[in-house]
Design a protein. Sequence first.
Length: 142
Amino acid sequence: MDEPIALNAEKASQMPASRNVHIAVIDDDDSFRLAAEWLIKSLGYHVAGYESAEAFLGVPAPRAADVIISDIQMPGMTGIEMKQKLNEEGHEVAVIFVSAQADPALLRRVSECGGLALLQKPFHGQILIDAIHRAIGDPSPG
């Protein structure tokens, strides 16, 4: 799929446009996580990868991320459950969800938890770059 399934422009406008952005990539698929980390580093952003929502939430300062890219279906806590937990704790952060499957019910759940976008795997790297730029309030690359 080459286009984001959903993108919440209102959330995107709340992020500062800056290269001093910290992005967390959360996915149990090592190959996707490492590829996404490499892509994000190539854009000049700070990035950290985590194999699960629990690993991300367990770091000393997980709330320092400006943008989270998270798989939805993972062993243990799902990406949506993680976003709901962050919401409950008062941590507003832009979350770009990725999933191998997408349907109207999943799209509704992403929207209800305040997710910024839902990208269906596989997708072209430029789609992720565009979503990141929107998340940080920088609609144009560079």
